[in-house]
Design a protein around this ligand. Structure first.
Ligand code: SF4
Length: 348
């Protein structure tokens, strides 16, 4: 993806130039000074699931200081998301944050962004110009071609920064419309070598959001557009990470972590594969191996899928059968499925 884009360093992650695409998400609640230890623990979980860059809303100067403290507690590249007040961005730049994200539609006068860029340049911290269809600059917000308006808003800010020698830039142009998101990013990529953070914004709740994001991101990634991505869901961060990594795996044909094959369940199921899959989801996706795990309800398709997986479990009447590398290794009562599965998972 994005082979011809320039590279930008976001903390320890290189974005652009054909480097592996980092999956991003955004912290979903205010970051509290007394909650930093818990935040670090949650960040560790996100990292295990595949999160490469994590963004935080920074609504005021106190929040900037709290985020600044967190930068010293985790290796995860942390991004400060700034709206309206450029002084908050300046405060964030006192800390080793990985990137500043600003929305040109609501930062105000151009000199404010220039002041932020001057300080960022001095610290070697990149800026993401994050344009959203819902908050376009006043002179662009009523344009009938919203994709073109997104591109114009981004180009305007990029030109202002580059005129002052600031090139450490990533751009995003997001809309809730799949078509507008694809069009804006394709247009921009055809004209610039600036790395693109791609995603559909306000994509909706879990199901709708995943569908919209998958269509847009698959189209862009398949065409070589996109250098880092986020799936924006009205759901938890873990779901955003897992959705993005699955889209990435399907679009690029490469998978770096574990894959789950699980049956939709029907009246034949010998055990509750839905709750079982939910209980084991994070543990399986946290495996740093390209293994396939099959979780199947009955003997119709269960043995077939389980045999082809690195580890498989299938219901069989009131029993479950566990397969490892194609061979039956355990048979037990369905009530012991978690214990037996956990033991075999540890052996992978
Ligand atoms: S594997 Fe069995 S339980 Fe699962 S959907 Fe297929 S037939 Fe139903």
């Amino acid at each position: 993806m994005g082979k011809n884009t320039r590279t930008v360093k976001v903390g320890s992650v290189i974005v652009g130039g054909g480097h592996p695409l980092a999956v991003q998400t955004m912290w979903k609640e205010p970051l509290r000074a007394d909650g930093l230890d818990a935040a670090v623990s949650r960040i560790d979980t996100l990292a295990a699931l595949g999160c490469g860059i994590l963004r935080f809303a920074v609504p005021d100067l106190d929040a900037a200081d709290v985020l600044g403290r967190l930068t010293g507690m985790t290796a995860m590249p942390l991004v400060a998301d700034i709206h309206f007040d450029w002084r908050i961005a300046l405060r964030c730049l006192d800390y080793p944050i990985a990137k500043i994200r600003v929305n040109p539609g609501n930062l105000g006068a151009a000199w404010k962004l220039e002041e932020v860029a001057a300080k960022a340049a001095g610290k070697g911290i990149p800026i993401r110009i994050g344009v959203n269809a819902g908050s376009l600059p006043p002179d662009l917000k009523d344009r009938s071609d919203r994709a073109e308006a997104l591109v114009s808003a981004a180009e305007r800010e990029v030109e202002a920064l580059e005129a002052r020698g600031f090139r450490d830039v990533i751009v995003s142009m997001k809309a809730s419309s799949v078509i507008e998101t694809i069009s804006a990013n394709e247009q921009f990529a055809s004209r610039h070598d600036i790395p693109l953070h791609i995603g559909v914004t306000e994509a909706g709740p879990l199901v709708q959001g995943c569908v919209r994001s998958a269509i847009a991101l698959y189209a862009l990634l398949s065409g070589g557009v996109g250098d880092t991505l986020r799936v924006s869901l009205s759901d938890d961060m873990e779901s955003e990470i897992l959705a993005a990594r699955e889209i990435l795996a399907q679009a690029t044909g490469t998978r770096t972590g574990a894959d789950i094959v699980s049956c939709p369940r029907c009246g034949r199921a010998g055990f509750d594969t839905h709750s079982f899959t939910a209980r084991w989801r994070d543990r399986i996706y946290g495996l740093k191996k390209p293994v396939t795990i099959a979780i199947m309800g009955c003997v119709v398709n269960g043995p077939g899928e389980a045999k082809h997986a690195d580890l498989g479990i299938t219901g069989a009447g009131d029993k479950v059968i566990v397969f490892s590398k194609g061979k039956i290794v355990r048979t037990c009562d369905a009530s012991s499925a978690d214990i037996v599965f956990g033991e075999e998972l540890s052996r992978l």
